[in-house]
Design a protein around this ligand. Structure first.
Ligand code: NAD
Ligand code: ZN
Length: 374
């Protein structure tokens, strides 16, 4: 039985559907055929993703007549301009023209890279996102942020470029490793913490069932996250205001990823730590009361162990945060929890507080060596 839901994303630059749930690939066939009519389709994916999801995706794409997939390395360390160049050259060699459709099949790395390729190849071609991780299904595939990293920082080169369709089929998550699944749950907690107290309670009450990938409850959780991302994108496509709240946990999170050189941490895990840091900051600066802060931290810690934080001096931490694209004129801006389901954005805080919280984080007992996580 298929249980797919269609959610409209009405961004300023483009309106499109996100079809999510079990069997979304089958349901989306008509949309796929319409978008691909008279065009050549190019699947961009990775060897790992294609091994797990290729058969199912190929079946759904049959009517769209996609060529053999172009596979590339989807490690965070390969989310680079060099990979973008390689992909654009592969498209050029394959004779991809302006009417072609790029179909990104994979997690956030593939979605961000292939999205940026779609935004820039021949100044922009059609794009379909087929997210295969929980992070990508609830977050990165929707909303149009695309881009790659520089050694100097995360996602420093990119474009806002909305897809023409998102197909988030929950069946594709079955082969996702446990640690990757947990990584996505931190982004789910983020949505609950910033704007959906009811979702937060659902997570508190059902975390074990969700970790066991109970299909019905997961479908509901994913759809609620997608709907929230769609609402926020419709309000503020280019992050000039309200969309900033999606960066909850990402100021420390991105710094952790950069300081660890994109190794050892999954994106969601860095955000997990980042949300704990944002709660500490909220408590210390009087934005948040202890019972609410404790609830957020408890839920994050219940998801599983987080990797040990990279060693970094206060100076390096602040320099990395200032280099993040979310800072303005060198001033770091935080999103702080005000309660469960409520946040405040654009908060500027003294450097001492930011570094004191960093030291505090390193003393928390439940971290595990990244190599022992699975
Ligand atoms: N654009 C945005 O708005 C946005 C939002 C959130 C995160 N991101 C970005 O997304 C990236 C993280 O994405 P992610 O967490 O999806 O990780 P990922 O893309 O690195 O994928 C995780 C791993 O899982 C494998 N994999 C993917 N799907 C699989 C499946 N179905 N079965 C088995 N293995 C599978 C991949 O090969 C990879 O090794 C980061 O670069 C982050 O910056 C972007
Ligand atoms: Zn994120």
């Amino acid at each position: 039985m298929d249980h797919a839901r269609q959610i409209r994303v009405s961004a300023a630059s483009k309106h499109y559907s996100a079809i999510c749930g079990e069997g979304a690939l089958g349901i989306a066939r008509r949309d796929l055929t319409r978008i691909a009519a008279g065009a050549r389709c190019f699947v961009l994916s990775s060897p790992t993703v294609w091994k797990h999801c290729g058969a199912e995706v190929r079946k759904a794409l049959r009517s769209a007549g996609a060529a053999a997939p172009i596979l590339f390395d989807d490690r965070e360390a390969a989310k680079s301009l060099a990979t973008v160049e390689r992909l654009c050259r592969a498209l050029a060699r394959a004779g991809a023209d302006r009417r072609c459709v790029i179909i990104a099949v994979g997690g956030g790395v593939i979605g961000d890279v292939a999205g940026f390729v779609a935004a820039t190849y021949l100044r922009g071609v059609k794009l379909i996102q087929v997210p295969t991780t929980l992070v990508a299904q609830v977050d990165s595939a929707i909303g149009g942020k695309t881009g790659v990293n520089l050694p100097e920082g995360k996602n420093l080169v990119g474009a806002f470029y909305q897809p023409d369709l998102v197909i988030a089929d929950q069946r594709l998550l079955r082969t996702l490793p446990a640690r990757e699944f947990r990584s996505g749950l931190y982004e789910v907690i983020k949505y609950a913490a910033i704007g959906d107290a009811k979702l937060f309670r659902t997570l508190e009450e059902n975390l074990e069932r969700i970790l066991a990938r109970d299909s019905a409850i997961l479908a509901d959780v994913i759809a609620r996250c997608v709907a929230m991302k769609a609402r926020i994108t419709a309000m503020d496509e280019r992050e000039s205001g309200p969309r900033e709240i999606l960066n909850f946990g990402h100021t420390y999170g991105h710094a952790i990823e950069t300081l660890s050189k994109y190794r050892g941490f999954l994106h969601g895990e860095a955000v997990g730590w980042g949300m704990i840091a944002a709660v500490f900051l909220g408590l210390a600066s009087g934005h948040l009361l202890l019972p609410d802060g404790a609830r957020i931290i408890r839920l994050i810690r219940r998801v599983g162990p987080l990797p040990i934080l990279p060693k970094a001096s206060a100076k390096d931490l602040l320099a990395t945060m200032r280099g993040d694209k979310k800072s303005r004129g060198g001033q770091i801006r935080f999103v702080l929890a005000r309660g469960v389901g409520r946040v405040e954005r654009g908060v500027e805080l003294p450097d001492d507080l930011v570094t004191a919280v960093w030291r505090e984080l390193s003393t928390l007992p439940t971290a595990a060596k990244a190599s022992s996580l699975s």
